[in-house]
Design a protein around this ligand. Structure first.
Ligand SMILES: [Zn+2]
Length: 166
């Protein structure tokens, strides 16, 4: 990606990085922060980023096990489930159905692993949390190989349990 010349370069206010692993930067222009937890923490402390947990509706839309920006995955043990839409997208029957809107179609993975649960958590603990594929990709402690391994293991486990009537 050539983004040097003319174009005004976006830089993380935390570490000065000109790239972020997430689809978009955290915080609003001109106060941008990259995906790194330390940078997000700096943004929250500077009042440039509203922590997810304080945003109305975001928590209640899920089952309370949604991964948030203040969290970090330290160890990936397994993918326990997947779903293809945002939590809450199926809520409420409208007339004849409750179709999931196209913009709610996002891949979520229920990850079992060791998580730092907020910005003050230094030790972390084991548990299950729903992460989007993008959030998982942005985790610096998790290698591409570990992600791929977990994905393959998930598929194998599903195949093994998916027993058609004989
Ligand atoms: Zn940064």
């Amino acid at each position: 990606m050539e983004e040097e010349e003319e174009q005004e370069e976006i830089k993380c206010l935390g570490c000065g990085s000109t790239s972020t692993r997430t689809k978009s930067w955290h915080g609003r222009a001109p106060n941008h922060y990259c995906h790194k937890r330390g940078c997000i923490r700096a943004g929250v402390e500077a009042g440039h980023i509203t922590p997810r947990s304080n945003q109305q509706g975001s928590r209640s839309a899920g089952d309370g096990r949604e991964f948030t920006e203040e969290m970090e995955l330290l160890e990936l043990e397994m993918i326990a489930a997947t779903r293809f839409f945002k939590a809450g997208a199926l809520r409420g029957e409208v007339k004849n159905g409750n179709k999931v809107p196209a913009d709610a179609r996002v891949l979520y993975l229920l990850i079992y692993g060791k998580f730092l649960r907020d910005l003050d958590d230094e030790k972390g603990c084991w548990g299950h949390f729903w992460m989007t594929a993008e959030q998982l990709r942005a985790q610096e402690k998790i290698s591409d190989d570990a992600r791929k391994e977990a994905r393959d293991a998930y598929r194998d486990a599903e195949d093994a349990l998916w027993v058609e009537g004989e």
